[in-house]
Design a protein around this ligand. Structure first.
Ligand code: CA
Length: 342
């Protein structure tokens, strides 16, 4: 990869013209059915004069829907007269995955949030990552990537960011978590397969931008409560950024509880193949040594189920959804109180 090569993707919509502009990012993909055709990644740009830019993304994982619905609502409802600056909305970042209702692209198997910084001449997913890395992220000040648990996980509605390499950036990132106003907001140490540098958050980190994510629900469906929190959170984040006026702030019933997610002991995995019976739910508080789930073996029904335990105390952020489970699947992860001044 050469980071100096321009992206091959082309935006139909202008970024520097006032008003609301709707259309597609064209990703040319010459295939058997379509020699000169393009993959149409939808984009809405709303701009009014000078000011900060917010980049709002969903469908990074195609089977995570609350953010996609929230950004459809915003794309229709946001008026340029109301804002100062610019809002860039891309509700189906990994468009082929979104169309298929899959986490990863059916074209190249690519997981967009593990494909950064991407490659201008790489696979379809790598080309999308490169467009965000070199075009959309550099023109943005505030980035919010709206995730949920996908088909395999269900989250308590929450926001997160990754601990930045520059400690001075943590305060502004916590400010974004608090502004979004989800019940929980956590600072992840990264690792444990969660992406880090290869995620859109990593692109923002490389570019010196502020980025948070959400986990609004999951289970391959639309969680109504998570969607409401997401719509309110996006609005209040735009107020926080100074893009929407202060009078548009929507009150939040209780402030975000700030948490952190650190090492491997925050995760519980299946240790056998079988049927997963959860013993706790997202939002529950647990103690170290508490039983988390049982794995049953109907193939050998006289065997005792295998029990997985929490290795530390914390709040359950998510649980695995499919009953059928194999060794190595993530069943739960925790977050714990963020020490003040951390
Ligand atoms: Ca996700």
């Amino acid at each position: 990869m050469s980071s100096t090569s321009p992206s091959r993707l082309f935006s139909e919509v202008p970024f520097e013209t006032d008003g609301k502009h709707t259309g597609f990012i064209r990703l040319f993909n010459s295939v058997h059915e379509s020699a000169f055709g393009f993959i149409p990644i939808p984009i809405v740009v709303v701009r009014n004069g000078e000011g900060p830019t917010a980049l709002l993304v969903s469908g990074n994982h195609g089977d995570e829907y609350e953010g996609q619905v929230a950004l459809c609502n915003l794309a229709r409802g946001l008026s340029p007269d109301r804002i100062s600056g610019r809002v860039i909305i891309t509700p189906m970042a990994n468009f082929p995955a979104g169309k298929a209702g899959l986490r990863t692209s059916p074209i190249d198997g690519g997981n967009l949030n593990r494909a950064f910084p991407g490659d201008p001449s790489g696979s379809v997913t790598e080309q999308i990552a490169y467009f965000y890395e070199t075009v959309l992220v550099p023109m943005s000040d505030y980035i919010c990537d709206l995730h949920s648990g996908g088909s395999s996980l269900m989250y308590v509605p929450s926001t997160l960011t990754v601990r930045p390499s520059d400690p001075a950036k943590l305060g502004p990132l916590l400010g974004m978590l608090k502004a979004f106003g989800a019940p929980y907001g956590y600072v992840s140490a990264g690792g444990n397969g969660t992406g880090g540098e290869s995620s859109l958050w990593g692109a923002a980190e490389r570019c010196g931008k502020l980025a948070i994510n959400t986990e609004l629900g999951g289970a391959g469906s639309v969680h109504a409560g998570g969607l409401r929190i997401g719509c309110r959170g996006i609005n209040n984040l735009l107020v926080h950024a100074g893009i929407l006026p202060q009078e548009d702030f929507i009150p939040v019933d209780r402030p975000t509880r700030l948490l952190e997610l650190k090492g491997p002991d925050y995760y519980v995995y299946a240790t056998e193949d079988g049927i997963f019976e959860p013993l706790v739910e997202p939002g529950d508080e647990v103690i170290s040594g508490q039983a988390a789930g049982r794995i049953h073996s109907p193939e050998t029904p006289w065997l005792e189920p295998t029990i997985s335990y929490f290795q530390r105390e914390g709040i359950v952020m998510c649980k695995r959804i499919p009953g059928r489970t194999k060794r190595g699947d993530c069943l739960f992860h925790l977050a714990s109180e963020l020490p003040s001044g951390a």
